[in-house]
Design a protein around this ligand. Sequence first.
Ligand code: GUN
Ligand code: FE
Length: 442
Amino acid sequence: MWPPPFTTTAGTVRCGTEDKKSIRILSGDIVYAESPEKLTVLEQHYLIVRHGLVETICSVVPEEYKGIEVEEYGRNLIIPAFSDLHVHASQYAQRGVGMDLLLSDWLNQYTFPQEAKFADPDYAKQNYDAFVEDLIRHGTFHVNAFATIHRQAADYLFGRLEEKGLYAYVGKVNMDCHSPSYLIETTNKSLKETEKFLDEHQQAAGHVRSIIVPRFAPTCSEALLKGLGKLAARYQVGVHTHLVESKWEAAEALRLFPGYHSDAEIYERNGLMDNGPSVFAHVIFPTDEDIRILKKHRSIAVHCPDATANIIAGIMPLASMADSGIRIAAGSDIAGGHGIAVYRQIARAVQLSKLKELYEPEVGRTITLARAFYHATKEGGSLFGKVGSFEEGYHFNALVIRNMEDPWRRLSPGEQLERFCYTGDDRDILARYLDGEKIECP
Ligand code: GUN
Ligand code: FE
């Protein structure tokens, strides 16, 4: 298996007095998901963090930690921060617009003109600053983002995420055919600029990494994909793209790549799935061959429920894909999706799974909130290493969510989490912790 890139430098340290400054203790109702089967709920427990990593969770603070002040959150929830595994940072200013179109028209009428604006560095800065702020505001601390074809703007996004301490993958987009003249590069330029991008960020010091982003098969030539495959091998990086996202896209991919038998094979045969993580957005109409290839490479399929309803008109067969062992994450897919909040995607994933079961019972099955939460926290987080859970050794990247009960009606912590996913917003996030440090809401 490809090793997770974000290893910790913190070792096991004894609890001497000089070391107590590196310890933090929070109390509250703790909720996380170790597996898709159920939530772990620890009411009125203490969560102990050392050097930014979860050390233990206990019902009574052990003697060795006595004297350390407890950050008391009472009956508020402490949950892991969210992971968004498919988002177009450049489409932030376009969210909630053009939602009555389907993919191809939406790309041509709204998205491509929007992305062309990133040739202007000032525009890019304004947009990317607002995007990163909104991620933090909504508790998304781990993100896998498309930029645009413009390398300098992609560099800025990379730097901004790093500056804020977020965990991220960023890719400069590649497209060299079937794209408007104002948003296209020659094959050669696309490869050269990608090489510069990978080179520039090879030694990145923070938690941001580069990834190769061919937009999708219909806008990439075989020569481009082959060249990107060589860069993937040279720089040991992975791939992030869209896969069998709509009936139109799935058919176009095979029409434009006649020697290939599935959309996934296009990336596999061109060497894009061997050198790092492979992350595929949507995966709504996978063939058996797509599934076989995704499994073989331990790829992640990203469920983006809002985008599915807005511009794609199809629903991922999540339950049957999970049954067949495919890793699944959640994505906002801004601006195919209209909102940046990953917690809302959790609710929407449950809603759509019911429609899938109703209309296609052979592949659809209603999923639980626990499963959807698991995909949006621990399973998606696995792209970045140990984030998205509160098991020992995980980075303490966490949110404190306001108690969601009505004063006259008690809810369990699990029910409160559910209510937050369906009805909550950023005002219900009382505190944010990143690598054990409390961070201000922008
Ligand atoms: N397929 C190709 N480009 C895009 C895009 O920008 N958004 C989505 N959702 N699908 C795409
Ligand atoms: Fe997308």
